[in-house]
Design a protein around this ligand. Sequence first.
Ligand SMILES: Cc1cc2nc3c(=O)[nH]c(=O)nc-3n(C[C@H](O)[C@H](O)[C@H](O)COP(=O)(O)OP(=O)(O)OC[C@H]3O[C@@H](n4cnc5c(N)ncnc54)[C@H](O)[C@@H]3O)c2cc1C
Length: 638
Amino acid sequence: RRPHDHYAKPQVCKQFCSENKIVQKRENYTPKSRIVDVMLQTPMFAFNRSDSDGFSAFRDQYDLPKGFKGPLTEYDFIVVGAGSAGSVLAARLSEGGKASVLLLEAGLGESMLTSVPTLAPLFQMTSSVWPYLMEHQPNVCMGMENERCFWPRGRAVGGTSVVNYMIYTRGMKEDWDRIAAKGNYGWSYEDVLKYYMKSERAHLREFKNSPWHSKDGELTVEDIPFRSKLSKAFLDAGKLLGNRRVDYNSPDGFGFSYIQATMSRGIRMSSAKAFLHNNKKRKNLHILPNSRVTKILIDPATKTATGVQFRTNGQIYEIRAKKEVILSAGPIESPHLLMLSGIGPRKDLESFGIEVVQDLPVGETLYDHISYTGLAFVMNTTRLTLLESNVASLGNVLQYTQFGDGPLSSLAGVETLGYIKTNISEEIGDFPDIELIGTCASLASDDGKVVAKGVRLADWLYNDVYKPLEGIDSFTILLMLLHPKSKGYMKLRSINPFDQPKLYGNYLTHQKDVSTMIAGIRYILQMIDTPPFQKFGTKLHKKKFPNCKMFEFGSDGYWECAIRTITATLHHQISTCKMGPPSDPSAVVDPELRVYGIRNLRVADTSIIPNTIAAHTNAPGIMIGEKGADMVKQTWGL
Ligand SMILES: Cc1cc2nc3c(=O)[nH]c(=O)nc-3n(C[C@H](O)[C@H](O)[C@H](O)COP(=O)(O)OP(=O)(O)OC[C@H]3O[C@@H](n4cnc5c(N)ncnc54)[C@H](O)[C@@H]3O)c2cc1C
């Protein structure tokens, strides 16, 4: 071969060459926030605001290693998506130098601003996310813009770990043991714990010598440096109601605790920072940001994945995988890519004229964790919460830039967790059905500019109910429905890879989900009545939602209307490429993550999680990346 034959050449693009307009518009958007404004006055964060990409000066760069002019024509492994799972996979498969790895990512490198924990809600309005909207579902998200639920997903090197709230949770022992008991060999708690611990570098004051945490991994897990007095009140109230203080990331995790966060000295620890930064100069690891995969290349005769097609800078490339293609594009794009490539429900694919390579139930299962974020509590005591007007001070910015602590290191007010079993649960033993999340902020703490806008809360609701709280100390306690019985699904919208698929959450279609959430709200109100909160004169803000006026405030009918009005997702969509044994008709991948019926193709990301788990899904995604990498290595003797 002549040397230039090693490099991939762009091909003529015949169709679907440009991305949809929404994404292009967002590329040029710099979010507005008082905290950012103050930060920009400091030399540390100064940058050119007239730049069309407001964050360009402070973006992580991922140039190809020295000596490479472009991507090669083939690699041993192609990993699609540099998110929570994909970053780990690419790092592990390229270690030791035995295999060549191409990591393709649609988004750009993360910016310096995404590193600041308290700005987490800001990025849901930027080009760092895929701005998915759920299809309209009557009677949910009634208080969101156009009554549509918003499902942003991270779009950056680091994926959703670049825009998430950094809560580090692994799931209960029972969750993983149940998954294994359904025929998913190798996925029991004991099995997955090994991989959680492989990644982890814990600095947790309370659990310094715990056997359930490791100090040797790449992913720093820390206590949040900032704690408000309300965090202690939350834990004390929990204790008074009979809950234990626990390490929720131990096998005995049913109880209350301070949050453990993926951060390092107050700075966000994305999976890109943890797994790619130190490895990006490896000669055998090529990372291509701004490169969107549009199709998996599959030989229909042998049913073997042979490579991918992707678009970068308006050019289309096809690159071959000598060993495997691994999809880590997340719970929406991994199934989307499978369907576009002929792997999915036969009837649906045929209705779009897509040649069916493998008939599989891709996208037919979709679970999510919904939450009610609408409770607001006021107090007779001031300076207990994170009012943006107080946080946005030069002193706080300097404190953060010098020491990595202070209010800017807060996860936008999120501080504590409590796993509870409501009085209507039918589960046996310590199996929680609700997670409570203690905070020191409410929807009004930033005057409605960021958090409410980020979740697309409708102005009619915000102005009527929350605006009166602006400038006043107020906070919320959230609840998350851990094991919804309502099941959603997703479908192709068209054969254009740039069209978002149709997403159906099917939220609250099972009445038990509604009653469990109401029981969770009542539990929170009980907590608020205890002395730890009452010593601050804490009271529920009792302004009725305008669309729920027909119900008596506080009745079951009222709370049902309220949760159907603010039906907030905590963005843990899973199961769209469900893992299961061959006997499971709803499975897309086997317990070694191989797509059924196709050779050399795996899915390794949160889309494979088969059941709901009591966890936020970043750490599980990273664990799946670790475990997936080991399985791939084992297959190829690496
Ligand atoms: C606002 C928000 C807050 C959250 N907070 C928390 C939290 O506090 N704690 C927690 O544990 N979890 C949280 N989550 C959820 C968690 O972060 C995600 O579930 C997890 O990161 C998903 O990991 P993944 O590897 O499956 O996918 P992702 O991390 O989403 O990675 C997928 C990657 O693939 C890329 N990609 C997609 N399609 C293509 C394509 N065609 N070509 C190339 N690249 C592609 C994407 O751009 C992305 O980078 C939050 C999520 C959101 C949205």
